[in-house]
Write a protein that binds this ligand. Sequence first.
Ligand code: ATR
Length: 279
Amino acid sequence: MKKLYAVIGNPIAHSMSPLMHNDLFQHYGIDAYYHAFAITKEQLADAIKGFRAMNISGFNVTVPHKVAIIPLLDDIDLLARSIGAVNTVVNENGRLVGYNTDGSGYVQGLLTELSNLKNKKVLVIGAGGAARAIYFTLAYEGVTHIDLTNRTIAKAESLVKECPYEVQSNVLELKEAEEQLEHYDIIIQTTSIGMSPHTECKVLSLHNLKESAFVSDIVYNPLETLLLRQAREKGARTQNGIQMFVHQGALAFEKWTNVMPDSNRMTTKVLKQLGGTKC
Ligand code: ATR
C-alpha cells in the first residue's frame, strides 16, 4: 500500500516540501506520497491522533508546531530534546519519534561551501528556534567559539546557558556585534528579517565586515536578502537558506526511507520553483 508522509504547519500553502519529497519518491521508486496539511494550534492534538489512526509513515513539523508537538509524541531523540524543537517525526513500529534535522541540515549546507568549521570564529544572529538548532548543532560538531547576538539579550543568554555542549561564547548587543564584526569568520543570520515582503530590512550593519568573512542567511525568499547583497558587495562569500532547507529535508528523507537522497537534485528542483538559479 502507498505510504503517506506529510508536513504540518500554518500557513503551509507555499511549502516546497511536497514538491521536493514527491520528486524524490518518484526518482527512487518509492511508493509513497507527501502532502501538506494546514493545521492550527487548536487542531494539533487531533491531527496527531488522526495520523496515528492512519498509520502515517512520517511527517515534518513546521511553524508554529515545532515545540508544541513534543508532548504529543512517544519519544524524542536527544539532540531534538536539547534543542527543544522537533521538525521530523518517524513512525517506528507504531511509535511516533521526534527528531530535529534543522541544525544538522544547516551544518551540512554550510559544509558544501566551507571545508572546516572547527577553528572558525562564528557569530550567530538571533535567539529563536532556528538559532537554537544551529547553535547547539555547531557546538555539538565541535566548533569552539560561537558568539550570539540578539535584540533581546536575555533570550540569547538563556540559549547559551541551556546548550548542553561545551563551547566558548559571548553574548553581545546588536550594536556591539556590529562594532566587532571584523573579528568573525562566519556570520549566521537566523531571524526572519529581510524575508519577503520586508526585503528592505536587515538585522545589523555590515560596515565592519572583513572581506574574507562568510555570511549566511537562513532566509531563501528572496534568494539574496539585503544582508547577503551588502555582504557580497563587500567581497564576502555568501550563502542563502536553500542549502539548509534542502539538507534538513534530505536528512528527514533518509530517516524515513534509509535512502540518502541527491541534494543537488533537490536544490535544482527547489530553485526552479523559486525562479532562481543561484544558491
Ligand atoms: P524561529 O523559531 O523561526 O527562529 P522566533 O522564535 O520567533 O522564530 O525567533 C525570531 C528571532 O528573530 C528572535 O531572535 C527575535 O529577536 P527577539 O528575541 O528579540 O524577539 C528576532 N527578531 C524578530 N524580529 C526582529 C526585529 N524586528 N529586530 C530584531 N530581531 C528580531
